[in-house]
Design a protein around this ligand. Structure first.
Ligand SMILES: [Zn+2]
Length: 312
């Protein structure tokens, strides 16, 4: 039974940006920041299964691959890494790379990494704000410049770099080639609009990723019984006793949480563990309190509102 504000840590990355607003007011002018990690405060509860991040890019990330669970276990790591991206903002013609344009043999892939032609073999796609990209473990991928992305992933550090665009960071070509699917990716599963207020962005064995859009001054319940993360991407809200605004996140588990959307409404991304698929009644409106609603209407009219209350 937990609900708490997530602790945000800003990480410096060579491909990051300097000004993180409106997502964070933190800045380290001399060093670009590339990631905000949202985590439980140190020492609170067992380690979560998921990791929520926001990424900021001014250059492409490395071309990389994450192992699946089986490969991760075979080299002594706890789990693999499937991840998903939600595009928060995109410069014109900003791109991500997902899979290869056509299948390569292991030898061809190694040659393409050695001579740098891998950059032309990966499948680059323009992306727009509000798009969703699922990156199954084993997919060769990169994120191009000019993007702000919310990422949900299995909580794993297992990243194998194939190519780093001339930066001098370590590569992990042996593991990357062994863990990679050396061909095009399957079609992305479509997102599912459940209602005007709820869209399931993507769902798999590891996590469900959703977007909730709540109108101004409305009241809701969210069934956060599984490990659940919320990231506010627009507006503000009061969640139980916590006030949260754009760029802030919270963690909840074993709770049905109350949300009151602020005066300009609130949109958030929600991610929760996914072994049994999306929660049917994840979001519901607070039951109407008929007696109080009727009484308020009657007293407003009596006070001289001249029927205007009926126009709502
Ligand atoms: Zn990745």
């Amino acid at each position: 039974m937990t609900i708490e504000r997530a602790h945000a840590t800003v990480l410096q990355k060579p491909w990051g940006i300097v000004d993180l607003q409106p997502w964070s007011t933190e800045s380290h002018a001399a060093l670009p920041s590339g990631e905000i990690w949202f985590e439980r405060a140190v020492g609170l509860g067992p380690s979560p299964s998921l990791l929520l991040k926001v990424l900021f890019t001014s250059q492409p990330l490395s071309i990389q691959v994450h192992p699946d669970d089986a490969y991760a276990h075979s080299i002594g790591l706890g789990c693999g890494k499937t991840e998903a991206w939600y595009i928060l903002s995109a410069a014109e013609h900003a791109q991500v790379a997902l899979g290869l344009q056509s299948s390569l043999s292991t030898a061809e892939l190694i040659t393409a990494v050695d001579d740098g032609s891998i950059v032309g073999h990966v499948a680059w796609h323009d992306v727009l704000q509000d798009e969703v990209v699922l990156v199954p473990a084993g997919t060769i991928h990169s994120i191009g410049a000019g993007l702000v992305i919310a990422e949900i992933q299995q909580r794993s550090d297992a990243t194998f770099r194939l190519f780093d665009f001339g930066r001098e960071r370590e590569l992990h070509i042996g593991h990357a080639v062994a863990a990679a699917d050396r061909g095009p990716v399957k079609d992305q599963p479509p997102s599912i609009r459940v209602s005007k207020h709820r869209r399931i962005l993507t769902s798999n064995a590891y996590f469900v990723f959703e977007r909730l859009d709540l109108p101004a001054d409305s009241n809701w319940y969210v069934e956060a019984l599984r490990e659940t993360w919320l990231l506010v991407i627009r507006g503000s809200a009061r969640v139980d006793s916590l006030e949260i605004a754009q760029g802030e996140a919270l963690f909840a588990e074993g709770e049905c949480i109350n949300i009151h959307a602020g005066k300009s409404g609130m949109s958030c991304l929600a991610a929760y563990t996914g072994s049994t698929g999306p929660v049917t009644h994840f979001l519901h409106r607070e039951p109407r309190r008929g007696f109080h609603a009727k009484r308020a209407t009657a007293s407003s009219i009596a006070a001289g509102a001249q029927g205007q209350i009926g126009s709502q």
